[in-house]
Structures are given as C-alpha cells and as structure tokens.
Write a protein that binds this ligand. Structure first.
Ligand SMILES: [Zn+2]
Length: 101
C-alpha cells in the first residue's frame, strides 16, 4: 500500500477584496443577496449611469457595480445610504477596492 497522499488542489484565484466582500462575513454575504440591496444598487446605477472616475478622465464608461465608500465592515449603518454609495465600472471598482480611492 502506498501512503495516503491528498490530491493537490490549486488555490482558488480570488482577490483580497473579493474575499473580504463575499467570504469572510456571512452577514455581508446575506446583505449582498438582499432585495433592499438589489433595489438600492439598481437605483444608484440608474441615477449614475456613467462611472464617475472614468468621467473625470473624459472616458464614457457605463456603471456596472456599486461601491461602498465606507465599507460594510466600517460603516454597516451606511450600507444603504445613497451618500455612501458610488456607481463605478468594473475596472474602477476593482482598482478602488484594491488601492483605495
Ligand atoms: Zn471607471
């Protein structure tokens, strides 16, 4: 008998930001699935159809995601506060989650 050797699995590729947002806290995970978030998110995108940072650079890029300026972890109370939400394109959202504003 050969000794048991676990099958090696490559680590899942995910950014720290994705991990923070979706994996670490089940409360946050549940929030992102909630109807109130889906509705708020759609409203923010409808009100801001173009990505703000891109617009400042003269680029017209449709907003696709909604960013929490103060994160859920820091400001749970502001999770649906329109003043705390920013409509962004995917690239800007990734960059801001990674590097900050
Ligand atoms: Zn952008």
């Amino acid at each position: 008998m050969t000794p048991f050797r676990p099958i090696w699995k490559p680590p899942r590729r995910q950014t720290q930001a994705t991990y923070n947002r979706f994996v670490r806290d089940p409360k946050h995970q549940e929030f992102y699935r909630s109807q109130s978030w889906q509705q708020t998110r759609e409203r923010v995108i409808a009100d801001n159809p173009l990505c703000g940072p891109c617009l400042l650079n003269g680029i017209l890029e449709p907003s696709r995601e909604v960013h929490h300026v103060e994160s859920l972890k820091i400001a749970w109370d502001k999770r649906l506060d329109l003043d705390n939400l920013q409509a962004l394109c995917v690239a800007c959202h990734k960059r801001i989650e990674r590097d900050g504003p």
